[in-house]
Design a protein around this ligand. Sequence first.
Ligand SMILES: Nc1ncnc2c1ncn2[C@@H]1O[C@H](COP(=O)(O)OP(=O)(O)O)[C@@H](O)[C@H]1O
Ligand SMILES: [Mg+2]
Length: 478
Amino acid sequence: MKSNDNRFEDQLFLEAAKLWNLEKLYIDLAEQKPRGTGRETKLTPVGKAILRGLLCGHSPKNIAAALHWAPGTLCVELTKGLYRYVETLTSRESNTLKNWRDISKWLEAAGYKTPKHRQDWGDAPDNSVFYGRTTELDILKQWIGEQQCRLVTILGMGGIGKTSLAAKLAQEIQGEFDYIIWRSLRHSPPLNQLLINLIEFLSNQQQCNLQQDTKVLISRLIECLRQHRCLVIFDDTQMLMRRCAHAGQYREGYEDYSELLTQVARERHQSCLVLNSWEKPLQMELLEQETSYVASFKLRGLLPEEARKILAANSLSGKDEEWEKLIQLYRGNPLALNTVVSTIKDFFNHSVSEFLTWNAVLVAEPLQAKLIEQLNRLDVSEMEIIRYLARKRTPVLREELRNNIQLGSDSKLISTLKSLERRSMIEKITERSQTFFTISPVVMNVTRENYKIELPYSTSRLLPTSSSYLITNKLSIG
Ligand SMILES: Nc1ncnc2c1ncn2[C@@H]1O[C@H](COP(=O)(O)OP(=O)(O)O)[C@@H](O)[C@H]1O
Ligand SMILES: [Mg+2]
């Protein structure tokens, strides 16, 4: 065999090492090779890569593709080699291994799997349908892996895909962590209760006292984060934030969470806390400036080519540009698209063209409820801006907002716009050195319908007319 220090197959399927005792497997399997044939008694680098691929759950077809082999070649290799070695190693009759999935089953039963990493996925979704997001996943993996970030937020409006993305991310990087724990903050748990729950899990059930001081509990948690590499995910963190106030301020009784985030960011440890939220906690901006161990990711809609998969999976019909228009109208928000897709199937005979002739920006449940809840969280000055933008058919110039919205001072206007941006409620557009603001058609629709917005023009059409629609589309940053 040609010797080559940088064999590409050595780099394949390395994640198998996280769950399997590979070194022992390589030796024990090689011992099953027939003796006296002049062959090497080690597994070849390719043989090791194939084994790792199978242990990671890849089919022989996928492994062949990764090796640039024809599937048939791999099949021959497996039936002549690995299948037979696994049979003898696990004391099975010869030629009884027919299905590649038996390899990991049989080897696990024979004790070659390392003890399962401790994981508690709470109510994380299983993501059976998940399209795209490769760039987002790459960036987040880089932050958590190479950059060793201790605190990461994933921000974006309801339905944009934060929960799904965080679950996918955690699934893909689980092998790098000793512990994974997913907690939904939907019911706003008091901090002490959550800390005790985390500490008990991360310290193998060491008992905690509920009466303990929050500071002591935070220190104990940090100690756990220092001892093991843990991935902790808090979903729906916006529930800790105050309503009817600028974005990112903690509710009364929940201010201690700010101390937790600060310590997770500042203290030395080897773990990562990921927060999903509609709103960026205020202190995040300061922490991001202070240390490279803190980062925030603003999640936008799916790319058109990713969102198209949702339409295709539901057998919608329509021309390319109609699909594009539908996706843009909903800013690639997967929840919004899933909702509208089911209506197009039911009421419009799967036809996107027919639906678009209706000039309706349909916002049905559960998206409707999420958006109303988001709008209900705005403070008076934020709502004033949203109502103003909801009355307009095209993006509004910054100066126009300044002239028409009286919040008392320019700084109040700026802080209000910043707050709306932290909530992903407005879209900021820069075109020819001018700054415009608008809201997405979906937010526009929900605001108009639920806040009795009087439109300055006679028509009650919810969609902008074609020319202004195109301008909105061209400028928007969905
Ligand atoms: N990448 C994706 N591909 C396909 N469907 C997705 C994707 N991301 C989210 N979804 C779907 O969109 C809906 C909303 O996603 P979710 O993650 O709950 O959003 P959020 O947490 O931001 O409110 C869910 O039904 C989810 O299955
Ligand atoms: Mg969510």
